[in-house]
Design a protein around this ligand. Structure first.
Ligand code: SF4
Length: 137
């Protein structure tokens, strides 16, 4: 098993449970697509969560019909969706579940979609800043 924290001496940041905080937190749903834009979206979700701007939750669990996750989406202060491209997969997952989306971004409007998993931190920061500004975080 790979442990990126190994040897860093840094303890993991333990997050509040989505279920407990959803009614007063902005909840982030990312598509986590297997392309640069999907992976940038994932990292934006991680960054905003670690900045305590919002709390990333499990989009796949909503697609799987997980009741607790559907309830989290239903009671969230604001649902923020980060889609990698115009296919809008994460948005469609929430829409099919009947969830109200407060803000959504299609990253491919700002960055060209490329079939690679290698991403740049500068792109993550740029998209995170757009999300914070437009979603009012
Ligand atoms: S929105 Fe685009 S990048 Fe994200 S999972 Fe769907 S096809 Fe992949």
């Amino acid at each position: 098993m790979v442990d990126e924290n190994e040897g860093s001496g840094k303890a993991p940041k333990i997050l509040p449970l989505c279920y407990k905080v959803a009614d007063h937190e902005n909840i982030i749903w990312v598509c986590d697509g297997a392309a640069n834009v999907g992976q940038i979206g994932h990292e934006v979700g991680v960054l905003l969560t670690n900045m305590d701007k919002a709390r990333m939750c499990c989009t796949t669990a909503v697609a799987a019909g997980s009741k607790p996750h559907l309830e989290i989406a239903g009671k969230a202060k604001k649902n923020i969706v980060i889609d990698g491209c115009g296919n809008r997969c994460a948005s469609k997952v929430l829409e099919k579940a009947g969830v109200k989306i407060g803000y959504a971004i299609d990253i491919s409007k700002y960055l060209q979609k490329v079939p690679t998993l290698d991403i740049y931190q500068a792109d993550v920061k740029r998209i995170a800043e757009i999300v914070m500004k437009e979603a009012g975080l």
